[in-house]
Design a binder for this molecule. Structure first.
Ligand code: ADE
Length: 245
């Protein structure tokens, strides 16, 4: 946590002086499916403030023929279509000619699940590519030759990797210095220290007899901090004991 905080502050300093913007290139079969999460709220503001650039690349623009062919049946038989290596190679190598990439990520359910540590470390990158899986996946040689990191967003199968790419991008972008107004708030979220966030309350202090814990109304910030920490630990023990292992 401390290392991330230090690295995050260093990036904040460097970004400020070098004015470099993080860049995410998303390669997908369905650009329209993935654009909307980037057009609203915090992520849109981050893009407007030029703290991050997000570019979408339609894999069909790199098809192997005029009919837009990008996939084929699996060798050895079986259901579904597999994304071919040539269109992906063409797209990735075009991008790599333009700049260096820190990571080339592939979204797939058969990978380690995204967690806060991975989001933290990816938020320190300058340029990343996210290749979204589709159909039955990609030819294994794409994974062997080009991909530097494979990420799942959980143990369930989505109909494509686009939503996973949006989730990964959101988790990264909100950590970029300057994206969230109060810098510390992203760093004190659930999971930053392997604890769930404590409960929060707002007005009214008494809702039909359901009262806010007294300590939160006490104005004693030392006591409030202790209450929050104990509450976070108790919630984690109850809901996600695995995080405490
Ligand atoms: N593609 C399909 N399901 C996925 C998942 N759970 N995580 C990442 N990519 C996926």
């Amino acid at each position: 946590m401390l290392n991330f905080l230090q690295a995050n502050l260093k990036k904040q300093y460097l970004c400020h002086y070098l004015k470099n913007t993080m860049r995410i290139d998303i390669i997908t079969v369905s650009p329209e499916l993935i654009k909307s999460p980037f057009e609203h709220s915090i992520i849109k503001r981050a893009i407007d403030k030029k703290l991050v650039e997000v570019h979408f690349h339609n894999l069909r623009d790199y098809a192997i023929n005029a009919y837009g062919k990008i996939d084929d049946t699996p060798f050895g038989g079986g259901a579904g279509m597999v994304l071919m290596i040539e269109p992906i190679e063409k797209c990735i190598s075009k991008l790599q000619k333009e700049r260096d990439y820190d990571e080339i990520i592939y979204t797939t359910p058969d990978a380690k699940a995204l967690n806060q540590q991975t989001a933290n470390s990816l938020s320190l990158a300058e340029n990343i590519i996210i290749l979204t899986g589709h159909y039955k996946g990609v030819d294994q040689r794409v994974r062997d030759l080009f991909i530097t990191k494979e990420i799942s967003i959980g143990d369930y199968v989505l109909s494509g990797g686009e939503l996973a790419a949006a989730v990964i991008s959101d988790a990264i972008i909100r950590l970029i210095p300057g994206v969230i107004g109060d810098e510390m708030s992203a760093l004190t979220d659930s999971f930053q220290d392997n604890l769930l966030a404590p409960e929060v309350y707002t007005r009214p202090a008494n809702y039909k007899g359901n009262k806010v814990p007294d300590v939160l109304l006490s104005g004693n910030f030392k006591k409030i901090d202790i209450w929050r920490e104990n509450n976070a630990i108790a919630r984690t023990k109850r809901i996600r004991p695995d995080l405490l292992d």
